[in-house]
Every structure is written in C-alpha cells, then in structure tokens.
Write a protein that binds this ligand. Structure first.
Ligand code: HEM
Length: 493
C-alpha cells in the first residue's frame, strides 16, 4: 500500500519535472539563432559547465565541442563566448563599435547604476573615460614624472622587505599597499604609510571584494539565498565592504571640496571638479558630476590596485618556481644597471627582464571582461540581439596555439627575437584591445617593470625550508589570483 502511494507520488513528481523541463526548454530557446552550446538547466543555466576552480579548461573543452563561438547561459542570461585570437580581435577591434557596451545582466553593472567607467555604456562611459584619460595624462600617466612616484613606493617596499631580514613572509599585503599608493598619489594627491591601519583596512576590503564577488554572484542565482544562515554566499559582507569603501572615497572628495581652488589643480579630483563645474555652465547634457566622480575614483582605485598587485605576486611565485629564469633576470639587471634602482631609461637595455614580466602577464592571464552588443547584429552567421553578453576570451588569445608555440609552458624567450631584442607578438592582449582597452595599461606596465626589477635586483627569492613546490592553482575571483604563499627574500649586496 505504502509502496503504491510512494510510486504514484514519484510518478507525479517525475511527470512534473519532465513537464517543467520541457516548458523551460521551450522558454529558453532564444529569440534569434544564438550560437550553439550545452543545454541550460533551470535557474543555474550552464554554470555547471564552467567547471570548478579553473574555468579555462572547461571553456577549452566547450570550444572543442561547439567551435570558436558558442553560447552559455549564466542563470537565465545568454553569454556568447568567443575563442581564437582572430575572432577576439574581431569583437574588440575590427567590429569594436558593435561590441563596446557592458552587459546589463551583469550584477556588477546593475550595481554601478550607470556611474563610473568600468561598468557603464553609452554617453556616460564615453565622457567619463575620455575625461579620465586626459586628466590622468596631465598627472603623469605615460610620463617620466610618474616614475618618481613609483620609485618612491619601490624604495619603501624594498626597505620593508629588507627589514624582515630573511624571515619568511607573504608579499600580498606589502605589494597591495605599495601599488595602491601609486594610484592614490595620482588620484587623491596623497599616499599612506604601510603602518596606517585604517588605510590597510580599506585595501584589505577591496581585495576581499575581488575574491568574494564570484561566490556572491552564485548566491544571486539561487532563489531566497539571502535567507540562508551565516552569509553563505558572502553577499552581506560584500555590501558592508562596499559601503565602507564608498564612505572612504566620499570623505576624500569632501576634503577636496573644502580646500578647492580652481586655479590650483593638485590631483585628479581637483581636475575633475573644475572640469565638471565648467562644463555644467555650458552643457546641460554633460555627465560630469560630483556623483559620477565618486564612482570614477572607485573604479580607478579598484582596477588600479588589484590587477597590478596580483600580477606582481604571480611574478614572485613564478620566480620561485623557475629559479633559472630568476637568475637570468638578475644577471641582466646586474650587468646593465649595477647597484642603483632600475629606471625606465634602463628598460630598453633589459630585454630579458621585460620579456619575463610580459610572459608572466601572458601565462597567468588574470583578467576576463564582459562586453555586450550595442544593436541586433549578425556574427559568424548567428543573429545576436542587442544587449547580449559577449565574452572575448583573452585566455584563448594569450594561449592560442596558432600564435604561441607550446602556450602552456612558461617561457620568457618567446618574447625575444633571434638577436635577443624584445618583441611583442600581435596576439599579446592582456590589457584587452580596441575602444575598451585597459585605461591604466601604461601605468601598469611601468609599475610591473619598476617593482619587479627592483625586487629581483635587491633580493634573491627562495622558498622557505620544507615549503614544497610552488602551487600555481589560481584563486578565482574577479581576477585570477595566486593562492597566498610565503617566501624568503635574501638581501643581496
Ligand atoms: C597588470 C595590470 C592590469 C591588467 C592586466 C588590466 C587589464 C584590464 C582588462 C583586461 C580590462 C578590460 C578591457 C575590456 O573590457 O575589454 C581592463 C579595464 C580597465 N582597467 Fe585595467 N588592467 C590593469 C591595470 C590597471 C590599472 C593600473 C588601472 C588604473 C588606472 C586600470 C584601469 C582600468 C579601467 C578604468 C578599465 C575599464 C575600461 C573601460 O571599461 O573602458 N587597469 N583592464
């Protein structure tokens, strides 16, 4: 009797589930003919197809199965993934105008509320980006003035490391503060001491948010996940951090307002406030405003700190993994620079050092960025509606076998020509390309070179006794970060 009831109920449940999936299947059929891809599950879409910690392998497997262009559903939203350098270039450069927007379905984009640079589209994005590039140039981007600011931070960092007297340490916090200070000098006109606990808290929160965002996005896909106990998906923690970081920036803007002098532009904030006031008098449509300023600063602070410090930590880890490369870099610096700090003028004479840093960028390919179509369009024979997310796969461009020999091997020599000169292959696009190319590329390149070369010049990096092999498995957040690790920095002469 009980078995009869159970089996009747099971049959009902089964019929219900099949009916639900059929309805779902019909509903999920996209309006146009999007590229093929695995069948999306209710609620989660194809999240499971993205695999575990490292989605790169899963994406490669999907490419094998569906070709260079395929669709994955993130929750209920379709994302078109584009592989292969030529195709990525088509999205970013050749047809860049068609794919220049940010996807509205992205939680980070919704939260930005149409403010700032990173997550905006259209007129707001254009005006904020254009003004920021100009103002940052005025304050030293790409110029040698900025070298002085970076070298000041390099000097502080190497002294802090040398104070540790060869004790094992984690580079994470030190490099985070140093790199963050560079962007603070340009944007806020101020730097913070490494012992400033308040500033350290802000930088830690930023770092935490980069790590937690992925989990929080997963939480958003699960109905009523916010009711689960213990902030399982870190959504509350993320919100709290954002709130505190916002007030840090609001206070800095307020302090600038109180001492504002239109004839004395001390930093980016002053330049923005002056320009916004001038434009508002002549152009009622302008998007420059104090409200936008906070979001722009927050974007520069976040993007300017996290990615650069992440790449420098990867560089240190790879130097531990490949001591022969570390030795070659050091010998080159010793022979060209001698005992003083390496400068930008030395860079062209340090091809192997430059090649090693670029190989770190290529090999670790830390970034991924979502674009969106600005109109209904056809791409590789598929109809893609306006506003669809398109993911140009930087990883595939940086590891494309048609362009890179043995791409999964760490080999700085690939950036040198037959005469030992540095050369940059066309498909090297760690900062993206086209209209949305990273706004801080020139600053980041300077920082990577100056920090990396100074650290290797001053110290020999080693693993602590019994530490085992360096673990290159990434931690996936907004960027691909190395796991926390300790090393010993032995001071050289
Ligand atoms: C090694 C360091 C860095 C890497 C690998 C990197 C990489 C990237 C990538 C891949 C994008 C996405 C571009 C796209 O959507 O196609 C981006 C955007 C951006 N980056 Fe960087 N970046 C780095 C450092 C910096 C720095 C130091 C700044 C500071 C100013 C910065 C500011 C930005 C901004 C504001 C955007 C948004 C551009 C836009 O949406 O128009 N980045 N970056």
């Amino acid at each position: 009797m009980i078995l009869d009831i159970l089996s009747a109920n099971l049959t009902t449940v089964l019929i219900f589930v099949i009916a639900f999936l059929l309805v779902w299947r019909t509903l999920r059929r996209p309006a146009g003919n999007l590229p093929p891809g695995p069948w999306p599950l209710p609620i989660f879409g194809n999240l499971l197809s993205l695999g575990g910690a490292d989605s790169r392998k899963s994406l490669e497997a999907l490419r094998e199965k569906y070709g260079d262009v395929y669709t994955l559903y993130i929750g209920k939203h379709p994302s078109v993934y584009v592989h292969g350098y030529e195709n990525v270039k088509e999205v970013l450069v050749t047809r860049g105008d068609d794919f220049v927007d940010r996807p509205q379905s992205l939680k980070l984009v919704q939260e930005a509320e149409g403010k700032g640079i990173l997550f905006t589209s259209g007129k707001v994005w254009q005006e904020q980006r254009r003004f920021s590039i100009q103002a940052l140039k005025d304050f030293g981007f790409g110029k040698h003035d900025l070298q002085v600011k970076i070298q000041e931070e390099v000097e502080v960092l190497v002294n802090r490391i040398s104070d540790l007297q060869g004790q094992p340490f984690d580079l994470h916090d030190l490099i985070h503060i140093s790199v963050s200070n560079v962007i603070c000098s340009v944007v806020f006109g101020t730097r913070f001491e490494h012992d400033d606990n308040e500033f350290k808290t802000y930088v830690d929160m930023l770092d935490e948010n980069f790590r937690l965002t992925e989990t929080a996005i997963l939480g958003l896909l699960i109905p009523f996940s916010y009711l689960l106990p213990g902030d399982l998906f870190h959504m509350k923690r993320l919100e709290e951090n954002k709130h505190i970081l916002k007030s840090f920036i609001t206070n800095l803007i307020q302090a600038h307002k109180e001492s504002f002098d239109p004839n004395n532009r001390r930093d980016f904030i002053d330049a923005y406030m002056r320009e916004a006031r001038e434009r508002q008098q002549h152009d009622p449509e302008t998007t420059l405003s104090e409200d936008q300023l906070g979001a722009v600063i927050s974007d520069l602070f976040a993007a300017g700190t996290e990615s650069t410090s992440t790449v420098i930590r990867w560089a240190a880890l790879l130097m531990l993994k490949y001591p022969d490369v570390q030795g070659r870099v050091r010998r080159e610096i010793d022979s060209v620079v001698g005992g003083r700090l390496p400068s930008l003028a030395d860079r062209q004479h340090l091809p192997f050092t430059e090649a090693t840093m670029m190989e770190v960028l290529r090999y670790t390919d830390i970034a991924m960025a979502g674009h969106a179509t600005v109109r209904d369009l056809t791409f590789h024979g598929y109809n893609i509606p306006k506003g669809t997310t398109v993911m140009p796969c930087f990883h595939c461009a940086l590891h494309d076998r048609n362009y890179w020999k043995h791409p999964d091997i760490f080999n700085p020599d690939r950036f040198l020509d037959d005469w030992g000169h540095f050369r940059k292959p066309e498909s090297f696009i760690p900062f993206s390309a086209g209209r949305r190319v990273c706004l801080g590329e020139s600053l980041a390149r300077m920082e990577l070179y100056l920090f990396f070369s100074a650290i290797l010049q001053r110290f020999e990096l080693r693993l602590p006794d019994g530490a085992g092999e360096p673990d290159l498995t990434p931690v996936i957040g907004i960027t691909r970060m190395p796991k926390r690790f300790e090393m010993i920095a032995k001071l050289r002469h």
